[in-house]
Write a protein that binds this ligand. Sequence first.
Ligand code: BGP
Length: 475
Amino acid sequence: MQLRDNFLWGGSIAAHQCEGAWNVSGKGPAIMDFVTVGSVDHPREITKTIEPHKMYPSHTGIDFYSRYEEDIQLFAEMGFKALRLSIDWSRIFPKGDEETPNEEGLQFYSDVIDTLLKYQIEPIVTLYHFEMPIHLVHAYGSWTNRKVIDFYLHFCEVLFERFKDRVTYWVTFNEMNHIDPQTEATDIFTYIIAGLKFSELENKAQTLATIGYNMTLASCKAIELGHKINPHFKMGCVFGIEPVYPYNCSPDYVMNAFQQMDRDFYQIDAMCHGTFPQYKLAEYQAQGIEIEVTTEDRQAFTNGTLDFIGMNYYGSSVAEFEGTDAEKSKLFGGLANPYLEKSNWGWTIDPVGLRYLLNYTYRKYGLPIMITENGLGAEDVLAEDGSIQDDYRIDYLRQHLIQMKKAIEEDHVDCLGYLMWGPIDLVSATTGEMKKRYGFIHVDKYDDGSGDYHRTKKASFNWYQEVIASNGKCL
Ligand code: BGP
């Protein structure tokens, strides 16, 4: 099988990481507006009040809000066929529970979408990429409360109606699977996804299971609603998944690794099989976790199945097992894999893992997969003449594309497209830094507050342009 002629080459961005303009044109405060800048060694802090000097640079982002035309023009110059972007809930409904949307917010995204279409770039719209109005956390307890599902559906409905003739591809959620009752989560992960600090949750397992269930249900209801409004919509959900390897070949370790990897799939099971998995409910019951599945919920699961699976892929991990004594990798605290290199932020670099995961997921569900994120966070150095030779980035992406092509051409995985993460430098989600850069386009903005947002093409810009022009033949 060859790459499709209409293969969706492009990139992915998220509103809160690039737009800035966090409190203008009617936007309300959202969960990510309360997170400070951190670093690889110091996690971002979650604050109760906004202290702008500490929040930099999230509040200003890369000023995509005023510079989107220039940025989209650069994406078009690279030959992008698609751009995945998120619509910030708090720009449309500042508090989240209003009836009437904020017209200025809708107009902004309407203009962005029109600009993309002008350049024949397919908009792929994420409806929830860590952007929840903070009011929904304070007044309702975030996704623990079923009322929030209704507010989310109202937000979705407004967007589906407004953009039904201009947007075909929708993503209901980004990486809801990082909420897992069986894993010790870090504060930043539960906060990013649901606006709640893990350490402050009273009944951790019950709360996380409820959030996971409610978000899954919300996704299925949004898919059902989208299909009702326009049967041509392609509805997807994005998962941040990774292969989990056993530390050694002892069957106990292998089984344990399988179980850890499998945890990331229960929500995909629900959204593909049309029913919330019985094995998960049984597992919850055994742990004393209560989840009520109503008749209406069952109907929503049946009616709200996915058209495609979105896959965010950065690397793999090694499963921890009782007493495993090995070096740990930094950020996620998992075990280091001696066969793999790591980025400066401790993320493993595992191109073959992408082929493995594409095969694994495709064989499990038989649904088309869109690679919705993949990329290398690295510190770039500006040469004296202002150029950036980011060969390490080219090399990372090339190795991953080689494996993606093997999955498509040799293993016959149906892959809709490849959207690299952060085609333009933007604020890191986990650390809040600008230092951790992914882009083909450099943005003159630094963690000390300096910089004038000027955009410069890196060496990788021309490389990706050629990759797209040759439909992946020239890597
Ligand atoms: C994914 C998120 C993105 C993005 C990416 C890279 O999990 O969906 O929003 O940020 O990770 O992470 P970071 O920005 O921390 O390097």
